[in-house]
Design a protein around this ligand. Sequence first.
Ligand code: ZN
Length: 429
Amino acid sequence: MTIYTSCDIIVTGYFYPAAAFCPADITKERAIYMDNNYNNRNYDPNSQRPRKRVSKKTLRRRQLTALCVIAFLVLLLVILMAKACTKDSTKKGGDTAPTETTTTTALTTTAQAATSATTTTTTTTRTEGANDSGFKLDKYSVYIDIGGTALPIVQAYPDGSSEPDEVWTSSDPKIATVDSYGHITGVSGGECYVTVGTRKDPSKEATVKVVVAGPANTANPDVPGENTPNTDNNKITNPEPQQLAEAPAPSKISGEGFHYEGDVLIVNKTYSIPSTYDPGALDPTCTEWFNKLAQGAAKEGLNIYISSGYRSYNDQNTIYNGYCQGYGQATADTFSARPGHSEHQTGLAIDVNIIDDSFAGTPEAIWIENHCWEYGFILRYPKGKQDITGYKYEPWHIRYVGSEISKKIHDAGGITLEEYYGLTSQYQS
Ligand SMILES: [Zn+2]
């Protein structure tokens, strides 16, 4: 067929004309023409729009490109969400997703990231109180005055831990201190956190928010009673050495019957103190520096706590007589002081942790021996010095003397108080 119309001319080009523009017969002609010449082409005889011709290969490439772009955008979204999550939490959350190749996988990851974001938020809001550590306390916030005290009770411990494993620390001892039993004492107005952990697993802990009512201590943020106003800057940049050579000497006790060497009260088998001397508790400076010692040990994952602190004359009398009945006086004298001769009556001596030979060689005993001097304490009855001190080795008994003396004794090679001052320790009878 060779009838060419204007319509057909267009057909032979790139366009197929609309039927409306052509008479019916010509349309028929065109259909035959199409059958003969364009069957092998992808022409849609009903289409009225001009259309560019694309090969299948190109089409597939374009589809793939579009898919890649979508996958990339979703992946970008996932990474951004994951980053937002990890910034808020120390817990492992939406990690950077591995390179995703399909939209489906990327969407799944988005869902996972969303789930972990929810978990993270929950954890963050719960860190002030109960958490998954296994600790359960009766309270997670306390409100006290300056000088006031509070004692959160541990009702449940992490698996494998118990009361002796408790490690109590204060985030800011200038606001509130905490002793090894969890007694919190307000020092100055402000807020801080007290944390209880377990030395069995330093990662497990619970936190108590402490609010102390009253004026903030800006005049002397350091240890009360110390004259070290120019050390504040050092404290910020280099806090560790500030523990050294700062513990003040304990205040002197006035009255007859006390033997002093310099600022140091001497109590041993030679020197006693009056039976009437009864401070009723540990010396406050001694307590304060013991808390710092315990906090220093806690930083290394060790729990050092007071097992026996102040003991009255009458307490010591009862203990000593009990030992005499059980072991005989000669043996009792090697490990227990006679009433009036016990350092515990001064309020300046502390027995830590386990009060028997099993304490020797433990990480806590080794730490005490190496570090107690940094907090103004000395190990009072060292190994191999029984002839000098009058007592067998007691790795648990430390004595507060202030860091000026504790450092000198440490620097002298771990000598005893008797050797340092040239004293004896022997009962007169
Ligand atoms: Zn003792």
